[in-house]
Design a binder for this molecule. Structure first.
Ligand code: ZN
Length: 130
């Protein structure tokens, strides 16, 4: 997905989550940064965020942070949401060492990106209205 799709969708997602669990403003900002960070870290650090090892180690560690702190919770929420969006694209992401989850969307297709943003905005409106 494009960076703007990750950012807008993470905003909607974290806002909805914040209705149920306490997330500080700093945590909210951290989530937004972490929603776009994996793609940039991949370029800077030359590691693949869709690869096998990073996911398998990062997800348990990040989930522990989620339980501990309302600010650090932004990290797994943003990063996790990024991976969730990447998992519905053709390239997919690894779950475990061999299984890869793939979707049918093209990451750079503007129509696919717009549809995902629309879906998240509708979900946010649904939660705000209820
Ligand atoms: Zn990505």
């Amino acid at each position: 997905m494009k960076w703007i799709t990750h950012l807008v969708c993470a905003f909607c997602f974290v806002y909805i989550i914040s209705l149920f669990i306490p997330i500080s403003y700093a945590g909210f900002m951290l989530a937004l940064i972490c929603s776009v960070a994996p793609d940039y870290l991949e370029i800077v650090l030359r590691i693949k965020h869709r690869g096998v090892y990073l996911h398998n180690w990062m997800i348990p560690i990040l989930t522990i942070l989620l339980i501990v702190n309302p600010t650090l919770a932004g990290f797994p929420l943003g990063y996790g949401h990024h991976l969730a969006l990447d998992s519905i694209t053709k390239n997919g992401v690894y779950i475990g060492s061999k299984k890869k989850i793939r979707g049918h969307l093209y990451a750079l297709n503007p129509v696919h990106n717009a549809a995902i943003i629309l879906l998240h905005c509708v979900a946010l409106m649904f939660f705000l209205a209820s």
